[in-house]
Design a protein around this ligand. Structure first.
Ligand code: 13P
Length: 246
């Protein structure tokens, strides 16, 4: 069976109490912790990673970072390296999220972050996506190409064992609006072609993110080419998240 990924991006939305409640619910419920064809990856804030990783160590649930430093180590106040994430129990890390790009993370930074993750044998979850204006100007695939090409160059130098690419239209994040299944099918067909041409299709998985919820998840999962979901708001409550995953 083809693997399917559910990535929970908790952003800066969860306090310690919320994290503990989520972990307790996971352990109590047991549905999510058994190994299955699906991979569940929780991405807490840096300060919460060790707690989550330790609490779920004996389960099939994985941990990921929300970003990482483009540098391996050194005098970079406030940054967290890929090595530190790996030590804390992360096997994955989101990079290139539009909320990070908005804080001035560049394509060059993101390619360097990719390298750092691969050097630590971690799986990068690379986010790409167009703004509302770019969508209106019918520039979606041009934007995706521009965001992906620096990563193709990084991949050719330093191939990842596995790569997750998340299409997250900026206008769909936190807005309650998603592309239609037809729009998604078109973008994922384009992404599939891009991956076949530039990366290794057998190691690359394509995810969708942006206002995924209990109502729309089934239709989105049914779009050809989608092998996972990157979930923000609907991943903060265990019950909602579980309904998406099960
Ligand atoms: P929402 O699911 O809250 O729209 O967030 C999506 C996202 O940015 C995940 O990385």
């Amino acid at each position: 069976m083809k693997p399917f990924f559910y990535v929970a991006n908790w952003k800066m939305a969860m306090n310690l109490h919320g994290v503990q409640a989520f972990i307790d619910a996971v352990r109590h419920d047991q549905t999510l912790v058994e190994p299955s064809a699906s991979t569940i990856i929780l991405c807490p804030a840096f300060t919460q990673i060790s707690l989550v990783a330790a609490a779920l160590k004996d389960t099939a649930i994985e941990c990921g970072g929300q970003t990482c430093s483009p540098y391996a180590s050194g005098a970079y106040t406030g940054q967290v390296s890929a090595g530190m994430l790996a030590e804390s129990g992360c096997a994955y890390c989101i990079i290139g999220h539009s909320e990070r790009r908005a804080l001035a993370e560049t394509d060059t930074d993101i390619a360097a972050q990719y390298d750092q993750l691969v050097n630590k044998k971690m799986t990068p979850i690379i986010c790409v996506g167009e703004t509302a204006n770019e969508r209106e100007a019918q520039k979606t695939t041009a934007v995706l190409e521009q965001q992906l090409l620096p990563l193709v160059a990084a991949y050719k130098n330093n191939p990842a064992d596995r790569l997750l690419i998340a299409y997250e239209p900026v206008w769909a994040i936190g807005s309650g609006t998603t592309p239609t299944p037809q729009e998604l099918a078109d973008v994922f067909a384009w992404l599939k072609g891009f991956v076949a041409k530039n990366l290794d299709a057998s190691r690359t998985f394509l995810l969708y993110g942006g206002s995924v919820d209990e109502q729309n998840a089934a239709a989105i999962k049914g779009v050809p080419g989608i092998s996972g979901l990157l979930i923000g708001g609907a991943s903060l409550e265990f019950k909602k998240f579980k309904n998406l995953v099960v």
